[in-house]
Design a protein around this ligand. Structure first.
Ligand code: SF4
Length: 411
């Protein structure tokens, strides 16, 4: 969005006091995200009382609640659903008030990027064709649509030219890339990205277990720039709950994928996310989940508490689990994961790993290694006698392992 506006000669300002227009992106995925988005809209409306600017609101929340939002909130100058950013830029320039597509369409075609920070995300597809019973995304994002491979590649080339050191591929399901086109799969895309000149990392997020093949594991563990970081949201470990969630793979099959990943690269890191408190999750199901996690030994894990989402089948599933029970399960699970994580992290002590140094604070350089995706994972706290260039790649010998982080000395 930013690149498209800059390409059209709009100036991007960081300070709202200087802005003539604000484009606010929203998320309508889960209850918490919806509340945050609504509260942001009202914060900007409040701000409009003191200073004149145009307020445009875009994204999933608008796509999902277009009628309600446009009926109830009149202070917003333009509402845009899940539509391509080029279309939003057109609308802003023409002063259009409402743009919504019956079928969500957010695959942008531009490959122009001005980002130059240490890392940048590239969306390789949008929408989802899975039918998880708890998830509203397919209803408001539409079915799976891959971006053209040449757009993704030229976007990556541009980012690397701008000095970006880590490219992070995202989609609702990255492993399904290419399933709807005849341009090649995620393996093909990764091999092409891997051959771009320059020193940079490629990280892939959100691999759906249904599309993880031996070929994909081979590609991700042999391409030099692709990090051996497998982010595989599994959602649960009890087959009964997995089935009610509409997930195809059973717990044994998920464990088999982990086994394949770790045989290909013993140093690979696996991240996952799970949901607790799904309707009908008994204490026994929860204990099955804990046993599954002990066996799986995920290096990284996020745990979410189930919430009913409008328009999803799971909203009509019973019995509901009391929120307090779900919160207590989340706490119990995270205590177990802390133990697992501490043990997994300890295997790095004494080893030397490559890190991406991004900041300096309180006498330490703050870096990430291949096992740390920005914002969701840990850090490596680095000490160095010499001053380090930020951002930059440095080899670090690990001296201490913590619950989720590492400490070390730059070579
Ligand atoms: S795969 Fe992910 S985005 Fe798709 S329906 Fe399931 S939870 Fe939602």
């Amino acid at each position: 969005m930013r690149a498209i506006l800059e390409q059209r000669s709009h100036e991007i300002v960081e300070d709202i006091e200087e802005a003539e227009a604000v484009i606010l992106d929203t998320c309508g995925f889960i209850e918490e995200a919806k509340k945050d988005s609504i509260s942001e809209i009202f914060d900007f409306i409040e701000h409009k009382k003191h200073r004149k600017f145009l307020l445009f609101v875009k994204g999933c929340l608008v796509q999902r609640y277009f009628e309600d939002l446009t009926r109830e909130i009149h202070e917003v100058d333009g509402w845009f659903g899940v539509v391509p950013p080029e279309r939003i830029a057109d609308a802003v320039e023409k002063g259009e008030k409402k743009v919504i597509y019956r079928h969500p369409e957010s695959i942008y075609s531009t490959s122009v990027r001005f980002d130059s920070g240490p890392y940048a995300y590239i969306k390789i597809a949008d929408g989802c064709s899975h039918t998880c019973s708890f998830c509203a995304i397919p209803a408001f994002k539409g079915s799976y649509r891959s971006r053209r491979m040449n757009f993704v590649i030229s976007e990556a080339e541009q980012l690397v030219r701008n000095g970006v050191l880590e490219i992070i591929l995202v989609a609702q399901d990255t492993s399904a890339y290419g399933i709807d086109t005849n341009e090649g799969t995620l393996c093909d895309l990764l091999r092409k990205l891997d051959s771009i000149d320059g020193r940079f990392w490629i990280r892939v997020m959100y691999l759906h277990p249904d599309h993880i093949t031996p070929q994909l594991i081979d590609t991700m563990t042999t391409c030099k720039k692709v990090l051996p970081y497998f982010d595989i949201p599994v959602q649960h470990g009890s087959d009964k709950i997995l089935e009610k969630m509409g997930r195809q793979k059973k717990s044994e099959q998920i464990l088999d994928i982990l086994q394949q990943v770790r045989s290909a690269r013993p140093d690979a890191v696996v991240r996952t996310s799970v949901i607790v408190g799904f309707p009908g999750e008994s204490r026994n199901d929860f204990e099955i989940l804990l046993e599954f996690l002990k066996e799986a030994q995920f290096d990284r894990l996020g745990c979410f508490v189930y919430s009913d989402e409008e328009g999803t089948p799971a909203k009509s599933f019973f019995p509901k689990i009391p929120h307090d029970t779900a919160l207590a399960r989340q706490e119990e699970l995270m205590l177990l994961q802390k133990e697992i994580s501490r043990k997994r992290m300890s295997r790095w002590t004494g080893k030397t790993i490559e890190t991406l140094v991004e900041e300096q604070e309180n006498g330490y350089y703050i870096a990430r290694s291949f096992m740390d995706a920005p914002e969701v994972d840990g850090n490596v706290f680095v000490q160095s006698r010499d001053s380090l260039i930020i951002p930059g790649f440095y080899h670090v010998t690990i001296t201490t392992s913590l619950d989720y982080d590492l400490e070390g000395v730059a070579l």
